[in-house]
Write a protein that binds this ligand. Structure first.
Ligand SMILES: Cc1cc2nc3c(=O)[nH]c(=O)nc-3n(C[C@H](O)[C@H](O)[C@H](O)COP(=O)(O)OP(=O)(O)OC[C@H]3O[C@@H](n4cnc5c(N)ncnc54)[C@H](O)[C@@H]3O)c2cc1C
Length: 324
């Protein structure tokens, strides 16, 4: 059944963020012939509209005001609500990002509806929308249906495919009002230091745990990531390893760290506690290297090596390098 979908977009470097393109792909499929709209906010928003149309939008609600550049919930919520009122969507999708996490419950409250957070799938059927999210640290999945409209969901990055081919058809641009005064001021911002490829953008993540035995173990992990390709692989860590100061907290994977969904996740000397799996269970393929054959990580791994990592990684790195 055709239905209209609104995506709350995020703009990065003058273009829709990759997660926004993924959401537009998902929205296009959900719309089933209905209209797909997107909100684009910030000084660079107008310039991002064409890319949003190619990514699947029919209409862009553009708030080309630099005041939107810093995410201020009271300004963004007004813009999101204005777009909802004009588009009357059956569902609103946004990223499970800092913005989406803050905005979705606020929007649900304003619209007297409900939000499903951290979803990996949103489908529609006879009974309306269903949203699925991992729960119990990634060991189970919960599926929610919506008794209210619009259905609001935040969706994990990389859980949806962008459109394979550019969406055809010229899009319509609707201007949103300028951002009013915010009641909040941002006193300061501190960028977490994380060099090179970001964990969430990497198609391969190699993570080390307490079983590495010390910070020098992470040098081997970095060599493995390097062999796989500096532009493809990033190094992650378990909380135990980060808490010990062996690797930066910015690289922690898990419930209280980053959520990653790479094509390949190699867990080295990580036990596979549910809180760790919450951050990596969405990976397409998990490979585990652990010397304990009973380790929980093997329950989630597609391939497992029961061995001391010190015996496995150096020849593996050499073999990857040799394969070019
Ligand atoms: C509220 C809460 C939130 C949490 N959030 C997170 C989170 O975000 N991320 C996270 O990771 N954890 C989190 N934790 C902690 C989590 O419960 C585990 O304690 C942690 O993940 C364990 O890390 P680990 O697997 O590296 O260490 P361990 O559990 O100590 O496992 C080490 C593993 O290494 C193996 N090993 C040892 N030596 C070798 C060797 N030489 N070669 C191969 N294998 C070897 C061992 O067999 C073992 O399986 C959280 C906990 C709580 C309570």
């Amino acid at each position: 059944m055709a239905q209209d979908i609104l995506v709350i977009g995020e703009v990065e470097d003058g273009a829709p963020a990759s997660v926004t393109a993924e959401l537009l792909g998902a929205a296009r499929r959900l719309a089933d012939g209905g209209n797909v709209s997107v909100t684009l906010l910030g000084a660079a928003a107008a310039g991002a509209a064409d890319a949003a149309f190619a990514a699947g939008a029919d209409r862009a609600y553009v708030g080309a005001d630099g005041a939107y550049d810093e995410f201020q919930p009271d300004q963004w919520i007004a813009a999101a609500q204005a777009a909802v009122e004009q588009a009357s969507p059956a569902a609103v999708l946004m990223a499970q990002s800092g913005i989406g996490r803050d905005l979705a419950p606020r929007l649900a409250f304003r619209l007297d509806s409900a939000a499903a957070m951290d979803c990996v799938a949103v489908e529609s059927g006879d009974g309306g929308f269903r949203a699925t999210r991992p729960c119990y640290g990634g060991n189970a999945q919960a599926t929610y249906s919506f008794a209210t409209s619009p259905a609001i969901a935040t969706v994990r990055a990389k859980s949806q495919e962008p459109l394979a081919d550019p969406h055809s058809g010229a899009g319509e641009t609707v201007e949103l009002a300028a951002a009013g005064e915010s009641r909040g001021t941002i006193a300061g911002r501190e960028q977490a230091v994380s060099e090179g490829l970001q964990l969430q953008d990497a198609s391969m993540v190699v993570s080390g745990g307490r079983g590495l035995g010390g910070p020098e173990g992470f040098e081997v992990m970095e060599a493995l990531a390097s062999a796989l390709g500096d532009d493809k692989a990033a190094v992650g860590a378990s909380r135990a390893a980060c808490d010990l100061g062996w690797y930066p907290v910015s690289q922690q994977v898990g419930l209280t760290g980053k959520v990653v969904t790479p094509d390949l996740y190699i867990a080295v000397a990580i036990s596979g506690a549910s809180q760790h799996m919450a951050g990596c269970s969405g990976s397409k393929t998990i490979v585990a290297i652990n010397r304990d054959e009973e380790a929980n990580i093997f329950k989630s791994a597609r391939f497992g090596v029961v061995a001391d990592y010190k015996a496995v990684l150096p020849p593996l790195i050499e073999a990857i390098k040799a394969a070019g």
